[in-house]
Design a protein around this ligand. Structure first.
Ligand code: 3SL
Length: 241
C-alpha cells in the first residue's frame, strides 16, 4: 500500500485513478457526513451545485429528506440545515437522506469520485478509516484535503497525518515504504506536533478562525475529537455515501 497526501482537490491528479481515495474536510463537511451516518441517516448525497441539490431532492419524500447547504460557513437560504455537525440529532436524521452541498468538501468528493473505493474521513471517524485501510491494503490510496477555495487547510492535513500515524503505530507499516509523496511525511510531522492540542490548531487555522467569527466554537471542539464515531462513509454510487 502506498499513501499519497494531496492538500487540495486542485493538487490531486485525476489520472491514474487510485484504488482508494479518502476525501477529508474536518471543518466541517466530512465531520458532518460521519455524524449523520452514525446517527442513522440512510445516506448522504453530495452536490457541488446548490440548484442541482434542490432539483434532485425535490422528488424525494419530504419526510425522508434533509437539505443542507453551506456557503462561506453560513447556511444557504431555503435549506433545512447548514453544515454544523451539531445541528443533527438522531431524531431528525434516522432513516433520512441528507442532501448536502458545501463550499469545498463536496468539491473534493467530486474530484475523486471515479475511484473504485471512495471514503470520507475526519478526525471523529479516523479509526474506522484506518482499520479499513489496514485490512484491505489498497495498492494506492489518495488522502485528499478539501482546503479552502484552492488553498491549503491545516485541519485537513493534520487529519491525513493522524491516519498515517495510526497506520505506522499499528506496527504493520513502515513510513518509508508507505509514503507515496513528501506531503505524506509532512502531514505526519504536523500531526505529531499538534496531536495533544488539536483544538488549538483548529483555532489557529484560517477556516477555524472564520468559524469562530460565526460563533461556531463548539463545532471546533467537536471536530477536533478523534475516533469518537465508528462509521465508514463509503461511496455507493457517484455522489452517494
Ligand atoms: O467548505 C466546506 O465544504 C465546509 O465544510 C465549510 S464549513 O465548515 O461548513 O463552513
Amino acid at each position: 500500500m502506498k499513501v499519497y497526501c494531496y492538500h487540495t482537490p486542485e493538487l490531486t491528479p485525476i489520472e491514474p485513478t487510485p484504488a482508494c481515495a479518502v476525501a477529508i474536510d474536518v471543518l466541517r463537511a466530512t465531520t458532518t457526513i460521519a455524524t449523520v451516518l452514525a446517527a442513522g441517516a440512510e445516506a448522504v448525497q453530495a452536490f457541488s451545485d446548490i440548484d442541482k441539490l434542490m432539483a434532485v431532492s425535490e422528488s424525494w419524500d419530504p419526510s425522508k429528506r434533509l437539505r443542507a447547504g453551506e456557503r462561506g460557513g453560513a447556511k444557504v437560504e431555503g435549506c433545512d440545515f447548514g453544515n454544523s455537525p451539531l445541528e443533527y440529532k438522531r431524531d431528525h436524521v434516522l432513516g433520512c437522506r441528507l442532501f448536502l452541498s458545501t463550499t469545498n468538501g463536496t468539491r473534493a468528493l467530486q474530484r475523486v469520485e471515479a475511484a473504485p473505493i471512495l471514503l470520507t474521513a475526519a478526525l471523529v471517524n479516523r479509526r474506522a478509516v484506518v482499520e479499513f485501510l489496514a485490512q484491505t491494503q489498497p495498492e494506492t490510496v489518495y488522502l485528499v484535503g478539501s482546503g479552502w477555495q484552492g488553498s491549503y487547510s491545516l485541519e485537513d492535513t493534520v487529519c491525513a497525518g493522524a491516519i498515517i500515524a495510526s497506520l505506522v503505530e499499528s506496527g504493520s507499516f513502515n513510513l518509508a515504504e508507505l509514503a507515496g509523496n513528501d506531503e505524506t511525511v509532512a502531514a505526519l510531522a504536523l500531526y505529531e506536533q499538534w496531536r495533544d492540542r488539536l483544538v488549538d490548531l483548529m483555532a489557529i487555522a484560517s477556516h477555524g478562525q472564520r468559524l469562530l467569527r460565526l460563533n461556531c466554537n463548539a463545532d471546533l471542539e467537536y471536530c477536533a475529537q478523534e475516533d469518537i464515531l465508528d462509521v465508514l462513509p463509503r461511496q455507493q454510487t457517484p455522489g452517494v455515501l
